[in-house]
Write a protein that binds this ligand. Structure first.
Ligand code: SAM
Length: 331
């Protein structure tokens, strides 16, 4: 097995696969109310195509796979697909990012399919605000989904909150408090610049440092957690005194972690993306469908790794907002 190193000696062992561009919510910072033009279903990679890419990537040292979307749980057959993925030799960390709306029904099936953990996106604990942010009345479903995930052992349950100034930053403390009572990892994510109806502005992005200050002022010191368990990725991890769970801070905007970037992304329509914030994409779908052998797929994976930029340029004048929304890239 060859491990893959990029041009900056970063080991690439993580593949994020978007399985669909469809979503059952319309978060204001991600999509316009009418949704976005969907990719034709024949252009979406079939499960067997995704499995082929995953197998080849795993044979070159990819050990972590995260499934995302769109909303991955709206794609038919997702549990069976996950079962196949989890049985690929070398894949030892399989997880899913979901908005949690369907999680209550799926948690058991996901666990049985070999899934280890789930990350649930949740930006407000207030019903009205949840509706305003997601354009859906599903807060109760998401909370039920979290409970069910914990009950079936998809742990630690990670909750991801995107903090937007003037929108939900007054709930930071309420979210942080959850980690005291429940063994959840509550992760605060800086608001990132993508195309959306909401329109990203730098002054709506609260930095991880500001978020940390708010939590510490209200709830006391955040003590760093230093073990390497749970595939924390780019989160800086902390614990409140006596808490059962953890707090994570993810700062893609204010303090990038590109030096440790270990990932490639595969969009639902079969493009390898070298960086979340770069529109550089390499088409793998054609090779998957024109009878090319595994060596051709492998070469495209290597090319994507080779073309990974040293860092993103969000904080520099040359930065242009990504043309795709997160729902298309797979967050
Ligand atoms: N539907 C799934 C979900 O909600 O988790 C997976 C896809 S969603 C695009 C993945 C993540 O991207 C969510 O946590 C969402 O909050 C996040 N996201 C989307 N747009 C974002 C932005 N502009 N800044 C920060 N996070 C964003």
């Amino acid at each position: 097995m060859t491990k893959i190193l990029d041009a900056y000696s970063r080991k690439i062992d993580y593949l994020r696969i978007s399985v669909t561009d469809r979503c059952n919510l319309r978060c204001v910072y991600c999509m316009p109310p009418e949704g976005i033009p969907l990719v034709g279903s024949s252009d979406i990679l079939r499960y067997e195509e995704l499995l082929r890419v995953a197998r080849i990537a795993a044979s070159h040292g990819v050990t972590k796979i995260r499934i995302t979307g769109g909303e991955p749980l709206v794609r038919k057959g997702i549990a069976e697909f996950l079962k196949e993925l989890s049985s690929i030799p070398g894949v030892d960390d399989l997880s899913v990012t979901t908005n949690g709306v369907l999680l209550k029904d799926y948690a058991r099936r996901l666990k049985d399919a070999g899934l280890k953990r789930v990350n649930v996106s949740l930006d407000s604990l207030k019903r009205d605000r949840f509706m305003k942010m997601t354009r859906g009345d599903n807060l109760g479903d998401v909370l039920d989904g979290l409970k069910e995930a914990e009950a079936v052992g998809l742990v630690p349950v990670k909750v991801n909150m995107v903090v937007i100034k003037g929108f939900n930053d007054d709930e930071i403390t309420d979210f942080a408090k959850i980690s005291i009572e429940r063994p959840y990892h509550i992760r605060f994510i800086e608001y990132m610049p993508f195309n959306s109806s909401e329109g990203w502005q730098r002054d709506k992005c609260l930095s991880a440092r500001e978020i940390k200050d708010i939590i510490e002022k209200a709830l006391g010191e955040l003590v760093p957690v230093t073990d390497r368990k749970w595939g924390a990725g780019p989160a800086r991890r902390f614990r409140l005194q006596g808490a059962r769970g953890e707090i994570g801070l993810i700062s893609p905007v204010s303090e990038h972690f590109c030096g440790e970037c270990n990932r490639l992304r595969l969009t639902a329509d079969g493009k390898l993306r070298t960086c979340l914030f770069s529109d550089n994409e390499i088409d793998i779908r054609k090779a998957l469908r024109d009878g090319s052998g595994d060596d051709a797929i492998e070469a495209l994976l290597f090319r994507a790794v080779d073309e990974k930029p040293m860092k993103h340029y969000i904080n520099e004048n040359i930065f242009k907002k990504c043309s795709r929304t997160m729902s298309l890239i797979g967050g």
